[in-house]
Structures are given as C-alpha cells and as structure tokens.
Design a protein around this ligand. Structure first.
Ligand code: NA7
Length: 544
C-alpha cells in the first residue's frame, strides 16, 4: 500500500512508519512533519469529511477564536505561510480558521495521505512485531511502528441525559456537532443549555432572528468583551517582519508573544487598581486577566477584586437587576476558561431572551414541545446543547487503544489518566498523544504546542533509530511523578477550586484530576531536557 491510495481491507495490513489519527491542527502538523521533514511513510485518518478538526465540527453561529489574536492562533513553522495568509480580524470566525487550515492542507499537499470519513475503531499494540494495528469503521486495517493520536482535546460531545429529552419533537443541535447546512432560527422558540464559550458566542447570534430564546444556565461565566475588530494590515506586516522573534517569544512566554503585566497590585491603591481594570476592560480580550496585575490566578484577594469588577460590569450592562444577579459568577475569576464575548450580556436586555437559573430552578424533564423546570414550563421548538465536551481525556478513551498484553486504555485510566509528559503512556509503547492530559493544551497556543510536541516525537523516533531500538515507553514511576508535578503546579493556583472541564468536573463520574500543564514554557523546556538526557524515564526494547 502506498500513501496515495485507499487503505486495503482487513487482512492485507499495509505498513507505515506512522499512523496519525486526526486531521485538525495537531494531526495535520504531525503528518507534515513526519512525512516532509523526516521522510517517513505516514497515513492519516479522520472521521470528518475534511481537514480542520474542531474547526470542522464547531460551526455554530458566532463560533470564533477565543485566543487573544488570530495571527498567533496559527502555525508558526513556515515563514512563507505567515507571509501569504491574511487574517482579516483579531478574533477570526470559524469559517476563516477553517479556510486557513484548508489552505495549509493544499499548500503542503496533505490531503492525499489522509483518509477522511473514516473513524479508527480499534488500535492494538502487537508486542511481537513492535507495531500498532488499527482498524477502521470501513473494515480496513493498517499497521505502523508509531501511533500518533491527535484526536482533539475538545471532541467527545457531552450530551446531557435529561428525563424525556428523547421525547422532544423539535430539532436538537449540539454546538460541537453543528450541521453543515444553514440552521434557521427565524420565528422559532429556542432553548439553549450551556453558557460556556460556545453558548456565550452562539446566544447573541441566535437571539437576532429567533422568536424567543430561553437560556438554561447552570453556572454563570466571566465573559470579557472580545473587542474583535478588523486586524490592521500594518500590524500583520509588522508581525511577518518580526516573525522569528515573535515565534521565540511565544515559545518562552506561555504561547503569547507579548509581555504580560509585572505590576504588583499591592503597590497601587484601590482606586489605581480600578482604573487599571477599567483600562484593560476597554482594551478587551484577555487583557484584564493577563495585563492588569501579576498573580491573578494565585492571589485570592486580587482575584476576588477583579471578579467583583466584572460583576459590576454585568450589573451596569444588564438592565434587569434580577437577571444581572443570576448572571454573576461567584467562583474565582478565570478558573473556568475565560470567555471573550461579542455582546453576550447585552443580549439579556432584549425582549426575546429569558434566563433560567438552573441552580434555583433545575430542569425536571422535557416534553414533546417544552422544557419543564421546577418553577415553570418553557415552550421550545429547537434545543441547542452548548454543553461542552468530555475534554482532553475523552477522545483517547473513546479510541480506547489496547496496549501491551491487550490492556484497554479504559482499564488503565479507570481512576486516573496516568501518563508521562502528557504524551506517552506506560504499557502503550510508541504511542504519542498530541494535547493529551497533562500537556499544556488549551493553556498554551495549541498550533504551536502541537509543533513543539511533534518535534519531541521526532527526537524519540531518531533516538530509537540511531540506537537500533524498536520500542519505547514511559515507566509507571515516571507517570506517578508526572502526575504529582502537574497537580503540584495546579494546586499552587486557584484553578482546582472550581468545577470545570479543566478538572473533569463537568462530566458525571469522571475522575477529578487537573487535565493541563499550566506552565507551557516550562513544559517544553522539560521535553527538551528529557530528550537531551537520553530519555531517562523511559524503557527501551531492541528492535526485533
Ligand atoms: P464548556 O465550556 O464545557 O461549557 C458547557 C456549558 O454547558 C457550561 O455552561 C456547563 O455548565 C453547561 N452544561 C453542561 N452539562 C450540563 C447539563 N447537564 N445541564 C446544564 N448545563 C450543562 O463547553 P463549550 O463548548 O462552551 O466550550 C469548550 C471550549 O471550547 C471552550 O473553553 C473554548 O476553549 C472552546 P457548568 O459550567 O458545567 O455548570
């Protein structure tokens, strides 16, 4: 089987150097790097019909980049790509990001080595042959020495299991599985469950045309004004010119190329601090969180002061005091993913929007044409589930690879998502995760994070090949100390105090464990050190 044809059916098992599952930002880069930079034979698979990963699936109205600025939520590796791509806005729409990813696929001729509309249904390590065998939902099989799982930190949709939801006769849409054909809300009564990033982006858009929107909110959010605007083309030019330096800054500054505030809150009076918050609020985006004062995520008092500042803004924006009160979060600021909004709180001043606070008025059941809460019945024609994902670990568990001795990952990860460096798993040799549990993932710029993780995969493969080795895997001891390290970092912050998808608390029954490395630059230094020290936390096998 060569890389340009279809994968043959079970039985003939074509062999590749590497199989990459996923054709989002992470998988596309891994395919490019392993194939074009390293000269390996690589086959990609994706259940979607084209490239884009999360940007292929999440097409809900209002979907946009919620990172500080689009030019930096992009690949960094190719100056040519940076020079030719024009980002029209500071926070690109889903359509613009998808167009960019499609352009990358064309430019580097990636599609020819990816089989779309194909879910990998099984992945099994073959100890004797030191390779992975995958099977697809089309009944095909392929093998490879290395299995790269770039299957998305936000992929497995969280579908709430309310009584009677199957009886609801209207259309149900999950934001993470949005249809490709346009959805009209014209004249419809729409129920929206969920006020995370997806809900907050979608609600103002839906409210523009719907007859009525009933927002069913479980937890209020700190949403900051995105202040999205056309990206001045002279800024883009400047970024292109300075790209090498900016790229290096991103690597060493936690994914973002510009310095963050070093100001100490204690050196300023209350009034001065309020002025600064005001200034950051006006600048919009993440500035309030990263540029007001240092220590927002660790200093409880400072955090509460900013939280109260945002609550004050909600009070000012929302006309009805009772609705404003329901929209005010009480957990530490920023400990659920901060949201950049475009007119979210203002939307509650519309006559056609109602907010139901599920903490005081929980959902009891759905009927054919309504959602019934303890205190009322809300007629709806359409239900939008903006209920998020079984994040970070969910897609690996769905794939459920079988490691050494046929042990399914579901068994190994029944109580904790044990792994080393967020990329490798003891008992699963030569398997690498991109943005796995314990990697910086969403706490860093994901495209650059994927590039840096892939560079580390390259160093693993080179190490094996240069030493005539066939397989490598992390030790369980390494996993235990990695777990302690990740949680040690998280526990020095306010993040673990809040129920969120960062901690797994959004999914009933999911083990509670902090799912990301909060210090991206330190993490990537660590990857380099591990490689330079000859991968001391790993065990190796001679090549058979
Ligand atoms: P999120 O951030 O996980 O938000 C999901 C929302 O849905 C959140 O408000 C949840 O409330 C709510 N939810 C989830 N399950 C239920 C049930 N059963 N009942 C009521 N409400 C529920 O997902 P998003 O898609 O918005 O964003 C994910 C990331 O994608 C985002 O951070 C960006 O990086 C892009 P909760 O807060 O759990 O009480």
């Amino acid at each position: 089987m060569n890389a340009s044809g279809a994968t043959p059916p079970v039985g003939s098992s074509p062999a590749y150097d590497a199989i990459v599952i996923g054709a989002g930002f992470g998988g596309l880069y891994a395919l490019y790097h392993l194939r074009d930079e390293m000269g390996l034979s690589v086959r990609g698979f994706d259940g979607a019909s084209d490239v884009g990963g999360t940007w292929w699936y999440n097409r809900y109205p209002g979907a946009r980049v919620d990172a500080p600025s689009s030019p930096f939520y992009a690949y960094t590796f190719s100056q040519e790509l940076v020079d030719e791509w024009v980002w029209p806005e500071t926070q690109s729409t889903q359509a613009d990001v998808l167009a960019y990813v499609e352009h990358v696929a064309d430019k580097f001729d990636l599609r020819k080595d990816i089989q779309f509309d194909t879910f990998v249904t099984d992945a099994r390590y073959d100890d004797d042959n030191q390779h992975w065998t995958i099977e697809t939902d089309g009944g095909e099989r392929a093998t490879a020495r290395f299995l790269i799982c770039a299957i998305g930190a936000l992929f497995v949709a969280n579908m709430p299991d309310y009584t009677g939801i199957d009886d609801f006769a209207g259309d149900i849409y999950h934001t993470g599985r949005w249809p490709h054909e346009p959805v009209s809300f014209e004249g419809k009564r729409v129920g929206v469950i969920g006020t995370g990033s997806s809900g907050v982006q979608a609600i103002p858009q839906i409210a523009k045309t719907a007859d009525h929107v009933t927002v069913l909110q479980r937890t209020p959010q700190y949403a900051l004004p995105a202040r999205n605007r056309p990206l001045p083309q002279e800024d883009l030019e400047q970024y292109r010119e300075d790209w090498d330096d900016l790229r290096a800054s991103m690597r060493y500054r936690g994914g973002w190329p510009f310095p963050t505030s070093k100001l100490q809150a204690a050196d300023h009076t209350f009034e001065e601090r309020q002025e600064r918050y005001e200034e950051m609020w006006e600048r919009g985006g993440m500035h309030l969180a990263i540029n007001s004062f240092t220590g927002v995520y660790v200093d409880e008092e400072l955090n509460e002061e900013i939280a109260e500042f945002v609550r004050g803004k909600i009070r000012d924006i929302v006309d009805d005091p009772e609705t404003a009160q329901k929209l005010m979060p009480s957990y530490p600021f920023g400990t659920k993913r901060l949201i950049l909004d475009n007119g979210y709180f203002e939307t509650y001043n519309r006559d056609n929007v109602t907010l139901v606070d599920l903490r005081n008025d929980p959902i009891e059941a759905f009927t054919e044409s309504s959602v019934r809460t303890v205190h009322g019945e809300h007629p709806i024609d359409v239900l939008v589930l903006a209920t998020g994902f079984d994040a970070v670990s969910g897609s690996m568990l769905k794939l459920n690879p079988k490691g050494r001795g046929g042990v399914p990952l579901k068994e190994k990860w029944a109580e904790r998502f044990d792994n080393h460096l967020g990329m490798t798993i003891a008992g699963y040799p030569n398997l690498f995760m991109i943005h796995g549990p314990g990697a910086p993932g969403v706490f860093f710029t994901m495209p650059l994070g994927a590039e840096l993780q892939t560079a580390w995969i390259e160093s693993c493969i080179r190490h094996l090949d240069e030493a005539g080795l066939g397989a490598m895997e992390a030790t369980e001891d390494a996993e235990a100390s990695w777990d302690a390290e990740i949680n040690g970092i998280a526990n020095r912050t306010l993040y673990p105090r809040t129920d969120s998808w960062y901690t797994g608390a959004n999914i009933p029954g999911k083990p509670r464990q902090f799912l990301g490395h909060l210090m991206g630059s330190q993490y990537f230094n660590r990857l380099t050190e591990v490689a330079e020290a000859g991968f001391k936390d790993f065990v190796f096998e001679e090549r058979r």
